[in-house]
Design a protein. Structure first.
Length: 396
């Protein structure tokens, strides 16, 4: 059955996009819990690398198109500078230095040499940790008016509908490939920090979201997985798992094609699911969505605090992993609705916006008790090219 896709409402809100964005935020937490030392959960990193951050940026691009249309370029940039810049400063200046200290305690048991290590992180740009996501968005925001004008001048699709999915896959892969060719491990050209790599590798997703705002047919198509792209993705995964190429150039091409084809299968699938099952906003979905930015900003330091302070060494790795994940998510939710909605300063620092009393959730909606957990495995040593959304504590 065909569906009617309307343009973004004047208030900038589409419940199913909100729900999917909240889900992607929640997926960040188990991804970072995996990096604390849970090798059994490599599949979380692989799943994340296959669609997770690309979905974030695609939704951001779509919402940016509506905001730019409503506000104009100057107001759009000013509003985004505050809403992204203030949380970024909070992450880099207030949260990440103690996070790096906790990292040293968790992995080495002391702070010996921490000053030298912190200085190296600052010089290399790795001090941003998960703030790279906000840096990338700020760069995209600066480019949005120009990208919007460029996309609006492009002609309609020339390929027949049966080949548009493959055409989009080729275009997206070509756009994503330079980042993989320019970076080897953590070594970027001209000494550029790794967050520049992340910004380059996801520009296609943001631009695709922006184009979806301008072209209703594309927005509708992104809610339906293309069968031809599904077949390509399956074939690429089969090659990666059974006979990966040894040549670095061939591997970079195959790796990029695996990521882009997977994204162009999973993003439409999750968009369809969210539109099918989360098209209506509920009080719970609204509360979770409102807390998503706060949870993202504080989740790294929260995970380290939990891993250090909750001594349950007798827990199995699986119980410890999901306990850490659940407690970090709950902590972000409680922090937002317990403090951020009631404090002007906390709201500015963690969300870049003034607090809204209407966002406050009654304490009855917040779990009154949480379990305990800890982890005894605390090594960060994924191989090169391991799916990664934090280019600081782990290599590319």
């Amino acid at each position: 059955m065909s569906q009617t896709f309307r343009p973004l409402p004047s208030d900038g809100h589409l419940p199913h996009l909100d729900a999917l964005r909240t889900f992607c935020m929640a997926l960040v937490v188990p991804l970072h819990a995996y990096y604390l030392g849970f090798p059994d959960y490599t599949w979380v990193a692989v799943l994340s690398d296959s669609f997770h951050m690309a979905t974030f940026f695609l939704i951001s691009g779509y919402l940016a198109g509506g905001s730019l249309a409503r506000r104009g370029a100057s107001e759009f940039r000013a509003e985004r500078l505050l809403s992204l810049g203030l949380p970024l400063l909070t992450i880099v200046l207030l949260l990440n230095p103690p996070t790096l200290a906790l990292h040293e305690l968790l992995h080495r048991g002391s702070l010996d040499g921490f000053t030298t290590q912190a200085a190296a992180q600052i010089v290399s740009g790795k001090i941003v940790l998960h703030g790279w996501f906000l840096i990338a968005l700020l760069i995209y925001v600066a480019l949005t008016p120009h990208l919007s004008r460029l996309l609006s001048r492009l002609p309609g699709p020339a390929l027949p509908p049966s080949r548009r999915g493959l055409g989009l896959l080729v275009l997206v892969t070509v756009l994503a490939l330079p980042a993989e060719l320019l970076w080897r491990g953590e070594d970027g050209p001209f000494g550029l920090p790794l967050f520049v790599y992340e910004t380059l590798r996801y520009l296609w997703a943001y631009a695709l979201g922006l184009a979806a705002w301008q072209h209703r047919a594309l927005f509708a198509a992104l809610h339906r997985p293309d069968p031809a792209v599904v077949l390509v993705a399956l074939a690429v995964w089969l090659v990666c798992l059974t006979m990966p190429p040894r040549d670095p150039l061939a591997w970079d091409l195959l790796y990029t094609l695996r990521r882009t084809s997977s994204a162009l299968v999973l993003i439409p699938a999750f968009l369809w699911l969210s539109r099918r099952f989360a098209s209506r906003e509920t009080p719970l979905s609204r509360a979770l969505s409102q807390a998503s930015t706060t949870t993202y900003v504080v989740q790294w330091i929260t995970l380290y605090i939990l891993a250090l302070c909750l001594p349950v060494q007798n827990l199995s790795p699986h119980v410890a992993f999901w306990s850490l994940t659940a407690l970090a998510l709950i902590a972000g939710f409680v922090l937002h609705h317990g403090l951020v909605t009631r404090s002007r300063w906390a709201a500015w620092l963690l969300t870049g916006k003034r607090p809204s009393r209407a966002q406050a959730v009654s304490s009855a909606a917040i779990p009154s008790t949480v379990g305990r957990c800890s982890t005894s495995s605390v090594q960060l040593s994924p191989p090169s090219k391991l799916p990664n959304t934090d280019p600081v504590l782990v290599p590319k």
